[in-house]
Design a protein around this ligand. Sequence first.
Ligand SMILES: *Cc1c(COP(=O)(O)O)cnc(C)c1O
Length: 396
Amino acid sequence: MSKSVSERTRLTSATYDLAPSHRAVNVGVERGSTVLYACAEDLYDDRIQPGYGIEGLSTQRELMRLMCELEGATDVFLLPTGLSALTLAITACLKAGDEVVCVNSCYGPIRRFLQTQMARFGVTARYYDAGASADEVMALTNDKTALIIVESPGSLTFDIQDIPAIAKAAKARGILTLCDNTYGAGVLFKPLDHGIDMSMQALTKYVGGHSDILIGTVAVKDKALAKRLDDTSRAFSFFTSADESYLAIRGLRTLHLRLEQSGKSGLELARWLEGHDLVDRVLHPGLESFPGHDLFKRDFTGSNGLFSVVLKGGNIAASCAFLNALKLFGLGFSWGGFESLAIHFEPQLMGRAKLGQSQNLAYEGSLIRFYVGLEDPADLKADIAQALEVYRAAIG
Ligand SMILES: *Cc1c(COP(=O)(O)O)cnc(C)c1O
């Protein structure tokens, strides 16, 4: 669709490009392994795609097309989870003897993948503090470094990085860059427009939007890189189902609306919590008080509904007392759905510390991450307020 209309319009009315007359509004769920060919001469012709279900039929192809719109990409790869999108991008770029440099506030399981699986294949990983400048990041690279992994705002602690500067410095040295852009959902931040080579996203979060699917994507706009990802993905035989893809397409239609409301409610709650006597710090990149806020404002068009708080004087038992007292926030992992969620994350930061990245343990007190969904923010505020009184009693 024409670029003269906004992204929001393109995502919402995009299927009208396909066939204008007499059909359902949405593309259907097409399931299949075998694809029938028109004639025997076509059977081994690689130009005829899809030739088999693994390549994705009409439902997956429509999702790839919409994700290309969202990410400003030429090619998008669908993966069964967000984590497998990261592992595909990493394995497609690295070989034995290579090194990878990764931010220490990355999504936790990616560090586990680097430390266990990639280490087994002879790849060394180095980590940088999320607050490091591009020069400090580049100081960790050498002639074996093949990939830099960035994630901003970082998971759990929301540390902001100067992604355009890191991307530029990496490009000058011929090092590929991978950005985990799940926070931005493809809307709030556009990694490929800022010089990043591969933009990854867990559609499990905001794109799915209803906590009922798992999908990941890797988006690129370089044909040679797309070929490497395609070869690797085919070799591993990654597959994403038509049913999950259908729900992701449905989610894309309302992505902008949901993300905007969730982000607005999240910021409202974060501002209110900043003034609460039991709150030591609020970790939300949209707050003026947050380190890195200026960079965030420069690169992002807004914040999503995730943030963390450091509560005064707590410990894990007090964190649990607070969480158990919440009535409207579900206790569970992941985010991006319609429903609000909360977790404590001291155990996850201890995992980071074990790997020698202790900087994030600078936070003392109970560490709670909120995901703010689509409920009335006044009700969520009242719920947190009453749970904080339970917390006050717990810390005595
Ligand atoms: C959830 C998440 C992932 C992984 O997504 P899954 O679909 O759950 O595998 C990756 N990165 C970030 C930042 C996430 O929040």
